[in-house]
Design a protein around this ligand. Structure first.
Ligand code: PRP
Ligand code: MN
Ligand code: MG
Length: 184
């Protein structure tokens, strides 16, 4: 059943640990956004597991929207260039916006998108990320809600991919270096 087990070196967060933490985040967010009906904005595709789990555990009304950005080469991304390929449908003007990511790594994607969203004049704009990979941060950005701090490993699962695979792992694990470097 665990067809991916060969490729994972170590499980960082089990399905249970993730669900417990997501429940806590949802409770905290629900408290902070009472009577506010926030717009939850997710960036595709990494949030594909986290965002639906998070909003289903919230106890407040929310609206949901998605934005998709281009996956440029690492070289281009290092310059902080991100292009929106699918924009939001909802206007953010005067709304309370919670931006949701699966992982903040260098912070370049987040930096660009926050600037983009802020230009739409929301009433407030906060960030929630499941994983915070702080050791690799290039731009410091305050993050209101963090699920887990993670070390500088290549992590996959629960939405996070390597070459588009492993998103459907129910847990978050560290990929074996042999998979990353294409050896056996
Ligand atoms: C990943 C991740 C974040 C971003 C973080 O997305 O989901 O969106 O990179 O990296 P950064 O902090 O260094 O900018 P990716 O571009 O892999 O697309 P995906 O979500 O479709 O996998
Ligand atoms: Mn992403
Ligand atoms: Mg990716």
């Amino acid at each position: 059943r665990d067809f991916w087990l060969d490729d994972v070196q170590e499980v960082l967060f089990t399905e249970e640990q993730i669900h417990e933490r997501v429940k806590e985040l949802a409770r905290q967010i629900s408290q902070d956004y009472q009577e506010k009906t926030p717009i939850i904005v997710g960036v595709l595709k990494g949030v594909m597991c986290f965002l639906p789990d998070l909003i289903r555990k919230m106890s407040i009304p929310v609206e949901v929207d998605f934005i998709a950005v281009s996956s440029y080469s690492t070289e281009t991304r290092d310059k902080g260039v991100v292009r929106v390929v699918k924009d939001l449908d909802l206007p953010l003007m005067d709304r309370h916006v919670l931006f949701v990511e699966d992982v903040v790594d260098t912070g370049l994607t987040l930096h660009y998108l926050l600037r983009n969203l802020r230009a739409r004049n929301p009433a407030s704009l906060e960030v929630c990320t499941l994983l915070n990979k702080n050791p690799r941060r290039l731009i410091n950005i305050p993050i209101r809600y963090v699920g887990f701090e993670v070390p500088d490993y290549f992590v996959v699962g629960y939405g996070l991919d390597y070459n588009e695979r492993y998103r459907n792992l129910p847990y978050i694990g560290i990929l074996k270096p042999s998979v990353l470097f294409g050896k056996d």
